[in-house]
Design a binder for this molecule. Structure first.
Ligand code: GLA
Length: 675
């Protein structure tokens, strides 16, 4: 769902916002358990008992949209791969068809007709095939006159009972019910009618409400649907995934068994994010007890994609019987600690680094909600290894990465190796031919002693890294650290760019195999701006992230395509130089401790009218040094001046103001570095 496309403007009608509490009828057993736990009334929804844990499966939309490759072969292929590749064993169950499966007209009897080219044998045949594999089939329609695609296939508004019966007759097990072309009919009314229609069929059908969070379904849809979308559509980019995660996190109190928040389907494997980012996506969706609906064409997926999607330690977090959605324990400077209580009393703890540089993220077992104890068992859910900890949970987390832990209070955990934290400072930037000092610190976080300890720094070929203090220790006792300084030199002539540097520590517990901890870092070689004043749009950024297409130089953001911006315009004044961004956006520039100020005129671009709400922020070495506070489309331009003296790098950040990124076209006009 996006603000400016003709498609959204034309097709979407959004019902009035109403926030009444619905009382449904009849208590199914699992729903009753959930109700007892929450102390709130529950109603039997069509899929009651099927979604005591969040649904897992596949949906074609994120990989195919309405392209012809969405067809019977694809659907059968996914079912085959679910079995062959172990996804079924890992818990994935539903194979869901999204929009565009139907003919554009109903038949003479008002019945839906499957597209004869995509589904030549009809939907029942596909359902039979999927069922023969021990899996379930899902389908899609809209709570409007037509679905959301350009063509607009028949929607179920006014046809609820007939369409639901048809789905049941075909053997459908799951319905995603969208919101397009709703004619302004009240959302609760539309979604409740379909609930009743599904119920009338007598077939258990999981009911997925997809009204994009427009009418705050978390306030009324428990007892109506089994899950409800909380946001607009996800796309395959870091900015989109992050913004959706941030909108969904605060809704934790509304989720539980049989009534899940749905931050939309997975993009893992689609190519728009790195594997580190996809691991974050999968980790955070699991900590948020989100549905895990694979959105990539598994016939083309690589090993890394399968490894992410089949991580049983992480899936167990998502599928935990307690059904808690993780809550934010702390979030500062891009360092997030999100904790999910588990049915066995343990806690899943996500250390998530939103920022563009590696950062230390730390918390404690007690802050995560565990009782004070002598020792804790800490399992790293991506390494699949157990450690003992005295209580500190800490790691250097790569940019955009997540360290996902599961922690138990457990005095017997001393049988596991001690947890150790490897920290690195000074490796962010390197100037060719100049020796930089880097420090590594390995700390024993466990109750037991680490033995035969060694730390190393792997640098690119041709670079030098020399330890100037001891890099080994015979033993490292609980709470003690080995600090090593290193001289790192990149050869003269090393071109600008980002280079992989790994800090690696190895140690031995009293019993068992050696433990190796690796912190992957990016050392950047860059050139500082020349002396005097320079416009940011004339410099090369170290990195550039944007919420809607690329950042445009000397133009507004425009639409998602590159180069489609207009003149930068804030409150009627146009500017020749600057950066056209869309929240959430972050541009980083190398300033090499040689600049003193960044000045800019900032505001929401006139191209979105009075809409949009953002904050502009300037970060010097990750520290906020200037901010506008909330700035709306109705506000004029503001002057922003930041003292960046001594900073190695400066980030220009735009946040979405807390209400999602739509219409957040944010201009940095005349952004000037003084160096
Ligand atoms: C809406 C939904 C998407 C997808 C499309 C299909 O945008 O939110 O998830 O189903 O419609 O047209």
């Amino acid at each position: 769902m996006r603000q400016l496309s003709a498609r959204s403007a034309r097709l979407r009608g959004i019902g009035a916002l109403t926030a009444a509490v619905l009382c449904g009828a009849g208590l199914g057993a699992p729903a009753a358990v959930a109700a007892a736990r929450d102390g709130a009334p529950a109603a039997t929804s069509p899929g009651a008992g099927l979604v005591d844990t969040p649904p897992m499966g596949f949906n074609n939309w994120n990989s195919t949209h309405c392209r012809p490759e969405f067809n019977e072969d694809m659907v059968k292929g996914m079912a085959d791969l679910f079995v062959a590749k172990g996804l079924k064993d890992a818990g994935y169950q539903y194979i869901n068809l999204d929009d565009c499966w139907a003919e554009s007209q109903r038949d003479a009897n008002g019945k839906l007709v499957p597209d004869p080219v995509r589904f030549p044998h009809g939907i029942k045949a596909v359902a039979d095939y999927v069922h023969s594999k021990g899996l379930k089939l899902g389908i899609y329609t809209s709570a409007g006159t037509h679905t959301c695609s350009e063509v607009g296939f028949p929607g179920a508004l006014g046809h609820e009972y007939s369409d639901a019966q048809q789905f049941a007759d075909w053997g459908v097990d799951y319905l995603k019910y969208d919101n397009c072309n709703n004619q302004g009919v009240d959302a609760q009314k539309r979604y409740t009618t379909m609930r009743d229609a599904l119920k009338a069929t007598g077939r258990p059908i999981v009911y997925s409400i997809c009204e994009w969070g427009s009418n705050k379904p978390w306030l009324w849809a428990k007892g109506v649907g089994d899950l409800w979308r909380t946001t607009g559509d996800i796309s395959d980019s870091w900015g989109s995934m992050l913004s959706i995660m941030k909108q969904n996190l605060p809704l934790a109190p509304y989720a539980g068994p049989g009534h899940w928040n749905d931050p939309d389907m997975l993009e893992v494997g689609n190519g728009g994010m790195t594997d580190t980012e996809y691991r974050t996506h999968f980790s955070m969706w699991s900590v948020m007890a989100a549905p895990l609906l694979i959105g990539t064409d598994l016939r083309q997926a690589d090993d890394a994609t399968y490894q992410i999607l089949e991580n049983k330690d992480v899936i167990a977090v998502d599928q935990d019987k307690l059904g808690e959605q993780g809550h934010v324990v702390s979030s500062e400077g891009g360092r997030w600690v999100v904790v999910k209580e588990m049915a066995d009393g343990s806690r899943a703890v996500a250390l998530f680094n939103e920022s563009d540089r590696a950062q230390r993220i730390a918390t404690t077992a007690t802050a995560a909600g565990l009782a004070t104890g002598h020792a804790y068992r800490v399992r790293d859910l991506w390494q699949h290894r157990d450690y003992n900890s005295a209580g500190t949970l800490a790691a250097t987390v790569p940019a955009h990465g997540t360290v996902l832990l599961r922690v138990w209070k457990d005095d017997h955990s001393v049988v596991y190796p001690p947890a150790a934290e490897l920290g690195v400072t000074g490796a962010d930037f390197v100037q060719p031919g100049k020796t930089e000092e880097v420090t590594t610190t390995l700390t024993d976080l466990g109750r037991t002693t680490a033995r035969r300890v060694s730390v190393d720094l792997d640098v690119p070929d041709g670079w030098q890294a020399e330890a100037t203090s001891p890099a080994t220790a015979r033993t490292l006792k609980s709470g003690k650290a080995l600090t090593t300084t290193w001289s790192v030199t990149a050869p003269k002539g090393t071109g600008p760019g980002s280079y992989g540097v790994n800090a690696v520590a190895t140690y031995w517990p009293s019993h068992g195999d050696a433990v190796t901890t690796r912190v992957p870092l990016r050392a950047r070689v860059a050139v500082a701006p020349p002396a005097g004043d320079s416009f940011a749009s004339d410099l090369t950024a170290l990195s550039s992230a944007n919420g809607w297409g690329p950042v445009e130089k000397d133009h507004s953001n425009g639409e998602a395509a590159a180069g489609d911006g207009k003149a930068l315009t804030i409150a009627g004044t146009t500017y020749a130089k600057g950066l056209g961004t869309n929240a959430a956006s972050s541009l980083e520039y190398y300033t090499g401790k040689q600049c003193s100020a960044l000045k800019a005129t900032v505001g929401v671009d006139d191209e979105v009218g009075d809409r949009g709400s953002v904050t502009f922020e300037v970060l010097a070495d990750g520290r906020k040094v200037a901010s506008t506070g909330l700035l709306k489309g109705t506000d004029g331009a503001q002057q922003l001046t930041a003292d960046i003296t001594g900073a190695q790098s400066v980030q220009l950040v735009v946040t979405d103001g807390g209400d999602g990124p739509d219409y957040d076209h944010a201009d940095w006009a005349q952004p000037t570095f003084s160096c």
